[in-house]
Design a protein around this ligand. Structure first.
Ligand SMILES: CC(C)(COP(=O)(O)OP(=O)(O)OC[C@H]1O[C@@H](n2cnc3c(N)ncnc32)[C@H](O)[C@@H]1OP(=O)(O)O)[C@@H](O)C(=O)NCCC(=O)NCCS
Length: 144
């Protein structure tokens, strides 16, 4: 394994980055192309995990107020799930948050991803929104 976690750089890397977001997080919910992007992409910090130059996982880190970070759009390629890439990209995102001086990370987890975040030390706070009226999310947090 030769792992590199960084911001996408070339136009092709950006295309693959947003393609993965769409294919993993929006297409299964029958959402149109474009639904994978939002205004936060301009201000957020983008993370892409490359293993031997192949994109395997993505995430975006946002600011969520004084001392608080929020991670969004966490996704691992379907062929690569369960191999530790999700944990690795979350550790990189948390490391970046800590470096910025923040001491708390929040996120809204899909119901089926809850236990992944519990494994990484997150606590479930409360039920939050239902994405597209179908997919229940839960607010979770981790304090460093
Ligand atoms: C959820 C997701 C990000 C996890 O990434 P991953 O690479 O598959 O997970 P990892 O292999 O790094 O797993 C880390 C740990 O969490 C556990 N885990 C992973 N996914 C899990 C799940 N859905 N439920 C319960 N535990 C899970 C693993 O067993 C592992 O435990 P261990 O370290 O004690 O052995 C990934 O499967 C994914 O992209 N799923 C579809 C999209 C999604 O749900 N994104 C999150 C939106 S909130």
């Amino acid at each position: 394994m030769s792992i590199e976690i960084r911001r996408p750089v070339t136009p092709k890397e950006w295309e693959n980055y947003y393609d993965m977001r769409y294919n993993v997080l929006r297409k299964p919910l029958n959402q149109p192309l474009g639904s994978e992007r939002n205004d936060g992409d301009l201000s957020g910090r983008h993370f892409a995990l490359y293993d031997n130059q192949i994109l395997r996982a993505i995430a975006r880190l946002d600011s969520a107020g004084e001392g608080i970070s929020q991670v969004r759009f966490v996704a691992v390629h379907p062929d690569s799930q369960g191999k530790g890439y999700g944990r690795l990209i979350m550790e990189a995102v948390e490391g970046s948050s800590i470096k910025s001086g923040n001491r708390k990370m929040i996120l809204h987890a899909r119901d089926y991803a809850l236990d992944f975040y519990v494994r990484l030390g997150y606590n479930k706070i409360e039920k939050s929104y239902k994405l597209y009226d179908v997919l229940q999310h839960y607010l979770m947090e981790k304090i460093y």
